[in-house]
Design a protein around this ligand. Structure first.
Ligand code: SAM
Length: 321
C-alpha cells in the first residue's frame, strides 16, 4: 500500500495535464475577491527535486515538463502553468517541481485556505518541511495524516461555500476507483456547487474505464479531458496517458482546453498513437457532447527529436539542467 512515491513521476505528462488544469482553476477562483477553500485529498510530498534521487532516476520529466520548455507558441493554459513552474525556479533552471500543494499555496490569497491529506509517513514529513520552507501560514494550511476520502466528508461543505476539491489518488489500490466515485457522489450531496477535479490514469484496467463512464453519468456540469501519449504496452503495464474530470468547471476552462489539448498532444506525443479527447455535459443531466478523438499532428516527427533539444529556455520559461 505504501510503495508509491510521487517523486518518481514528478513533472511527467500526467502531472503536466493535471497541474496545468489546477493552475487554471485557481486563477479563475482568484478573479473574485470572495474567499475559497482547496481540499487536496491526496497531497503527496508537495515539492520535488527533479535532479534528486527519485525523479532523477526515473527521468519521467524528460517526456513531460521538459518537452514543454521552449516549445513554440504555447497556449494560454500552458503559459500560465509554465509561469508557475518558473516561480519555483527563479534562477531559470527547472530543478524544482511543485506538486499540487505547492502550486495551490502559490495561488492562494491570504484569506483562502488549504486542507491537505496524506497517509504516507515519509511523504507527510517531507510535505510538512516543504510547507515550512514555503513559509505557509499556520492558520491558512492544515495537514492531516488521515485517509483523504474520509477526511473530505468531514470538511464539506467548506464554510466559504466556495471551493475546489482535488482528488488525486495513486490508484495503486484498485479500490481507489470505487472510493473516488463514492467520494464524488457523497461530496456533491454535501457541496453541490463545489468544483471537483479528479485525476485518473489511462491504464489497461477495467476499473479506470468504468469510473470515467460513471462520472460522465452524474447529473452535473462536467468537463472531461484525456491525453494519451503512446500506444498501450503489450504486457498491459504502464501509464499510456491520463484523464482529468472536472465537475462544475470554470466556464473559461472548456475554451482553454480546446486550444491547449491539440498542442499538448503534439508536444507530448511519444508515437503516432498519441491523441486526446475533450468531452463535456451539455447541461445538467444531458448526454455528453464529444469532440472526436484527435490524433497528434506530427506525432512521429516530435517524438523522434531528443527532449533536450526541446528544452531551450524561451519566454522566461525555466530550462532543465
Ligand atoms: N496530488 C499530488 C500532486 O499532484 O502533486 C500527488 C499525489 S500522489 C498521486 C498520491 C498520494 O496519495 C501519495 O503520496 C500517497 O501516499 C497518498 N495516499 C494514498 N492513499 C491515500 C489516502 N487514502 N489518503 C490520503 N493520501 C493517500
Amino acid at each position: 500500500m505504501f510503495s508509491y512515491r510521487h517523486a518518481f513521476h514528478a513533472g511527467n505528462h500526467a502531472d503536466v495535464l493535471k497541474h496545468a488544469i489546477l493552475v487554471q482553476i485557481l486563477d479563475y477562483f482568484n478573479r473574485k475577491e470572495a474567499p475559497y477553500w482547496v481540499i487536496d485529498t491526496h497531497a503527496g510530498a508537495g515539492l520535488y527535486a527533479l535532479d534528486g534521487e527519485w525523479a532523477g532516476q526515473s527521468g519521467e520529466v524528460v517526456d513531460g515538463l521538459d518537452r514543454l520548455l521552449g516549445a513554440p507558441q504555447p497556449p494560454e493554459l500552458v503559459t500560465r502553468y509554465l509561469r508557475a513552474i518558473q516561480d519555483f525556479n527563479p534562477d531559470g533552471v527547472a530543478n524544482r517541481y511543485p506538486g499540487s500543494p505547492a502550486l495551490t499555496l502559490h495561488a492562494l490569497r491570504a484569506h483562502d485556505k488549504l486542507r491537505l491529506f496524506e497517509l504516507h509517513p515519509t511523504e507527510i514529513e517531507v510535505l510538512q518541511d516543504t510547507l515550512r520552507q514555503l513559509g505557509s501560514a499556520r492558520r491558512q494550511v492544515a495537514i492531516a495524516r488521515e485517509d483523504g476520502f474520509g477526511g473530505l466528508r468531514r470538511l464539506l461543505p467548506p464554510p466559504t461555500r466556495r471551493g475546489l476539491v482535488l482528488i488525486d489518488p495513486s490508484y495503486e489500490d484498485k479500490q481507489d476507483y470505487r472510493h473516488t466515485l463514492h467520494a464524488v457522489r457523497d461530496g456533491l450531496e454535501r457541496f453541490a456547487s463545489g468544483c471537483f477535479a479528479i485525476w485518473y490514469p489511462l491504464v489497461q484496467r477495467v476499473q479506470a474505464h468504468e469510473m470515467a463512464r460513471a462520472l460522465e453519468r452524474l447529473p452535473v456540469q462536467w468537463l472531461h479531458a484525456t491525453l494519451t501519449v503512446h500506444k498501450p504496452s503489450t504486457d498491459g503495464l504502464g501509464l499510456h496517458g491520463s484523464g482529468m474530470f472536472i465537475i462544475n468547471p470554470p466556464w473559461t476552462l472548456h475554451q482553454e482546453l480546446r486550444s491547449a489539448m491539440p498542442w499538448l498532444t503534439a508536444t507530448l506525443a511519444q508515437d503516432d498513437h498519441a491523441r486526446h479527447t475533450l468531452t463535456t455535459s451539455a447541461s445538467p443531466g444531458a448526454s455528453p457532447v464529444a469532440s472526436p478523438e484527435s490524433p497528434a499532428p506530427q506525432a512521429q516527427a516530435r517524438s523522434s527529436r531528443p527532449a533536450r533539444d526541446r528544452a531551450q529556455p524561451q519566454n522566461r520559461s525555466p530550462s532543465r539542467k
